[in-house]
Each structure stands twice: as C-alpha cells, then as structure tokens.
Design a protein around this ligand. Structure first.
Ligand SMILES: C[S@@+](CC[C@H](N)C(=O)[O-])C[C@H]1O[C@@H](n2cnc3c(N)ncnc32)[C@H](O)[C@@H]1O
Length: 216
C-alpha cells in the first residue's frame, strides 16, 4: 500500500497512494447505513451560519460536491429559487438516486440535477457555476489537487468555492486498522491547499510582472 516516501525536516512520511478504504467506504453502503445517513445528513438550520459566507443568491447556479442524500442541495435549491439551479454530485449511486427522490419530494426536483462523480472530473462545463459548496468531502477524494483544479475549471470568474471540512475525527475513528491514516489525511489535504495557494500566488506574480512590463 505504501508506495512512495519523501523526507520532510529529516522525518520520513509515508504517502499512502491509492488508499482504497475511503472510496470503498462511500461506494458500498448497505441499506441500513443508507437509512442512517438519510437521517444524519438532514438539513439542520444550525448549519446556516456555515453557509452564509458562500453568499448564495437567487438565480445562482451552484454545485454541492459530496451531496449525500441531497438535503443540503435541496436547501440550496430553495435559496437559488426558480431562476437558479443546483447540481448535486456524489460518488455513491444510491445517494444520487436518493437526491433526485428527495428533491422531487421537496418540490424542487426541476431545479436539482444529481450526477455521480468521484471528483477526478466534474460532469459540468467550464465556467458554468456561480458557487460550489462541499462539506466533509474533499478529505475523501483520491487527488485533492486535481479535484480543486476541477472546481476552478467549472467556476465562473466571479465564482466562489465554499469548502467546509470538519470530519477529521472520523479519520481517526474509522480506519482503525491504519494508524498513519489520520496524519496522512490531514497532510494531503493541507498539502493540496498549499499547492493550490502557491500556484495562485505564482500566477498573480506572473500577471503583476506582465502588467508592470506593459506599463514600461
Ligand atoms: C461525510 S459525507 C458528507 C455529506 C454532506 N456533504 C453533508 O455534509 O451532509 C461525505 C459525502 O461525500 C461523498 N464522497 C466521498 N468520496 C467522494 C468522492 N471521491 N467524490 C464525490 N463524493 C464523495 C460520500 O458519498 C458522502 O455523501
């Protein structure tokens, strides 16, 4: 499983590439667990303050990545109103079906489209979204940097990604068989964000340089 290693401040970290635990964990869900998740992932009004900074407005086109049974996507569909649209994305096919059923039952089926995807490629055109929300899901993707690049591709220039990650304790509780998983997961998520920020800073510096040259 441990395929590559690298040195950081003299300490060797194992990079657990292709760790299948989390993919299997979300792809194969028995009916009992599906029922529990449908109750667990209900929209809770207490979550509103977490989503307020996303500034989702009527008419917006929004994707919710890692939508589970779709309750957050349904709430967002109410915020965007009949002029907006929500794409509910999840790796689990039962969640995709359940999101459609729940959206129809909530009366917003015409403005919610549910898709199955694992985050390596989002099934959405370039620059098609105003907002992308994701809660407790980036930690599970195979390649966070690639997924974040996809987020960027599908967002309009004025768009915004709103990521909420608070599932760290699950990383300790669930993969009890692998003690390194918790550190590894934090490391890979932080690494991906750092890489993304560094790239954005490099792009900004390059653009400042070219603006400066064109002014000379
Ligand atoms: C902890 S649940 C969070 C559900 C929902 N976002 C919420 O906060 O109520 C993680 C969700 O991400 C989905 N997921 C896990 N890995 C994924 C991946 N690689 N691509 C897309 N969805 C994924 C799971 O199927 C699950 O619905």
């Amino acid at each position: 499983m441990a395929q590559t290693g690298h040195h950081d401040r003299g300490k060797k970290f194992l990079i657990l590439a292709n760790e299948p635990f989390y993919k299997d964990h979300w792809i194969k869900i028995d009916q009992d667990r599906l029922d529990r998740y449908d109750r667990m992932f209900q929209w809770n009004p207490a979550s509103l303050s977490l989503y307020e900074p996303a500034d989702i407005r009527p008419g917006h086109v929004v994707a919710d990545f890692g939508c589970g049974p779709g309750h957050t996507a349904i709430e967002i569909a109410k915020w965007v109103g009949p002029g907006g649209h929500v794409h509910a994305l999840d790796i689990n096919s039962e969640f995709v079906t359940q999101s459609r059923k729940n959206a129809n039952a909530a009366g917003v089926g015409d403005r919610v489209t549910a898709h199955q995807c694992d985050g390596s490629i989002l099934p959405l055109p370039d620059e098609s979204l105003d907002r992308l929300t994701t809660r407790n899901t980036i930690i599970y993707v195979d390649d966070p940097e690639r997924t974040i690049r996809e987020f960027r591709r599908v967002l309009r220039a004025s768009g915004r990604v709103h990521a909420i990650e608070g599932d760290w304790p699950m990383m300790v509780i669930e993969p009890v068989r692998r003690r390194t998983c918790f550190c590894h997961s934090i490391e890979r998520a932080i690494g991906a964000f750092k890489m993304h920020c560094n790239n954005a800073i490099k792009e900004q510096i390059a653009s400042n340089r070219s603006n400066h040259r064109s002014m000379e």
